[in-house]
Design a protein around this ligand. Structure first.
Ligand code: FE2
Length: 229
């Protein structure tokens, strides 16, 4: 299975592997749809709805029997995959959704007891409940609150009653966020060009640019002076 680099790749991945169950009473596809539907009903941001939909994508790359036996860190492999397409608001809650379970086991009486049998079993493999120091570190992570919300959807989205939703329902949301992330990455590249321009001896004062040069002119000049000679 190759790493998805487009929305079509993600579609194909869920179509091919979404039937796995990982010891739960629902398939990965139905679990994903239920989690996304719960986030949507909760009024969550688009990024969190998509994080809920794709939070277990790391599972789709593993051997199911093996994953039930060892801690495969599917949250990290999933975040890595999603990092090629989405921004931090999607990626971080996914990366933290296992830590969120360990955090809630420490902070919330009764949370552990309400987990599914499969979730209790995987908790052992994942290192068990956090202690106070680990919980404090968790609270210092960006998007930790979103990760807690995602965890609630994850724990609830295991109903035997179908969500009635399809993966395609969430395509426009995913598409919008992929475009947003691509635009932000392009913006970062432009900012880097601005940063590199002075290092290359370019400034409004010292360059051949007119004092009222436009941003486009400055970028053109930056590209010219930073060209290898
Ligand atoms: Fe999950």
């Amino acid at each position: 299975m190759t790493t998805p680099s487009t929305l079509a790749d993600i579609d194909r991945l869920y179509a091919a592997q979404g039937g796995l169950t990982y010891g739960e009473g629902v398939t990965q596809m139905e679990h994903a749809l239920q989690c996304a539907a719960l986030a949507e009903a909760d009024g969550a941001a688009a990024s969190l709805v998509v994080a809920a939909l794709l939070h277990d994508v790391g599972h789709l790359f593993e051997d199911e029997a093996e994953a039930l036996r060892i801690d495969d860190h599917h949250e990290l492999s999933g975040a890595e995959v999603l990092g090629g397409l989405f921004g931090a608001a999607v990626v971080q809650p996914v990366a933290l959704h296992v830590a969120a379970k360990r955090y809630l086991c420490f902070t919330e009486p009764g949370y552990f007891d309400a987990l599914s049998a499969a979730s209790k079993a995987s908790l052992r493999l994942q290192g068990g409940p956090f202690d106070a120091a680990q919980a404090a570190i968790f609270e210092s992570q960006p998007y930790w609150r979103e990760a807690l919300a995602l965890r609630r959807y994850d724990d609830t989205g295991k109903s035997e009653v179908s969500s009635g939703r399809t993966f395609a329902d969430f395509a426009p949301l995913m598409e919008g966020l992929i475009e947003e992330a691509a635009w932000a990455a392009g913006r970062t590249r432009l900012d880097q060009q601005y940063d590199e321009a002075p290092k290359a001896g370019l400034s409004r004062a010292s360059s051949t640019l007119a004092p009222d040069a436009s941003e486009g002119d400055i970028l053109d000049e930056a590209a010219r002076v930073t060209q290898p000679r």
